[in-house]
Design a protein around this ligand. Structure first.
Ligand code: NDP
Length: 283
């Protein structure tokens, strides 16, 4: 039976470490590291995410404020607000909660964030730096996956890694990060002919497809390490991942649960990025 990778406990350790860094920063500069979160509209899931982010920041000693804008907000108004936050020296991080209402030009908005304050790591400048292997601010969920592997002492160099999903948010960045750490990486997507054929060769599997139970035990190599990024809400309201936990945990050496695996790491990495941004801006 596989060892459970307790993302909740690992994220808690990281948040504790960040609280120390934030306290040292506040002592040194006389101000707390500061994150501004912009929420447009009142999508219930987004409201929960934003509240969780704000609470986690406050607990870690990071000054966080959520700026709530009406669903009718225009792209230009949002760009104006981002311009002000970009210019404010006391603001270290800016996060625009996605998804934005359909009438807003999401790309234009994300591209307007000063890359030095882009704590989500979505700006093309940071994506380019990630490709070159030298980004300071990397996307939080992929960064959380790598941190889990490191904290569980999983050897990455020389291993075969398979990533299921190729989104700019998760699949592509996590593949680049694994590659940088010298894994041999295969990226799978919806047109991949035989997923099991690829996964059965993988020592590390990162599943980020958004398809409940897509990866089953028979598709896996014995002893594989499994990170399940998927968050899928079932009809009964429960949350499940992309990996069929029951069959997969019989083959794997380590596996993340859903919830309580990769999810908590995303917020921990947001706090980490806010600290990194604050320190870099004051260096
Ligand atoms: P996207 O929908 O943007 O991307 C999904 C990817 O999975 C696509 O590349 C798609 O391929 C691929 N895919 C879909 N079906 C299959 C299949 N049958 N076989 C192989 N590949 C497939 O999703 P995201 O990357 O944004 O998110 C993925 C999952 O992770 C979601 O469940 C999301 O909720 C969750 N998530 C969790 C986070 C966390 O904090 N834990 C944070 C962010 C996301 P193609 O490109 O060909 O369409």
């Amino acid at each position: 039976m596989a060892t459970l990778i307790d993302g909740k406990a690992i994220a808690k350790d990281i948040r504790r470490e960040i609280a120390k860094e934030a306290a040292a920063f506040t002592e040194k500069y006389g101000v707390k590291p500061c994150l501004k979160v912009i929420l447009v509209g009142d999508d219930p899931a987004s409201c929960i995410y934003v509240n969780n982010k704000q609470k986690a920041c406050e607990k870690a000693g990071i000054d966080a404020e959520t700026l709530r804008l009406g669903a009718e907000t225009k792209t230009e108004e949002l760009l104006g607000l981002i311009g002000k936050l970009n210019a404010d020296k006391l603001v270290n991080g800016i996060l625009v909660q996605l998804p934005l209402p359909a009438h807003i030009d999401e790309k234009k908005v994300l591209d307007a964030i000063n890359p030095e304050k882009d704590v989500d790591g979505f700006h093309p400048m940071n994506a380019g730096k990630l490709l070159e292997g030298e980004a300071l601010l990397e996307p939080c969920t992929p960064k959380g996956c790598i941190e889990l592997l490191k904290r569980m002492n999983v050897e990455i160099a020389g291993k075969n890694a398979a990533v299921v999903g190729r989104s700019n948010l998760v699949g592509k960045p996590v593949a680049l990060m694994l590659l940088r750490l010298n894994a041999t990486v295969t990226v799978c997507h919806s047109k991949t002919k035989d997923l099991g054929d690829v996964l059965r060769r993988a020592d590390i599997v990162v599943a980020a497809a958004g398809k409940p139970g897509l990866v089953t035990g028979d598709m896996l190599k014995d002893g594989a390490v499994l990170l399940d990024v998927g968050i899928n809400r079932l009809e009964d309201g429960s949350i499940t991942g992309d990996i069929d936990f029951e069959s997969a945990s019989k083959r794997a050496s380590m596996i993340t649960p859903v919830p309580g695996g990769v999810g908590p790491m995303t917020i921990a990495m947001l706090l980490k990025n806010t600290m990194l941004a604050a320190e870099a801006q004051n260096a």
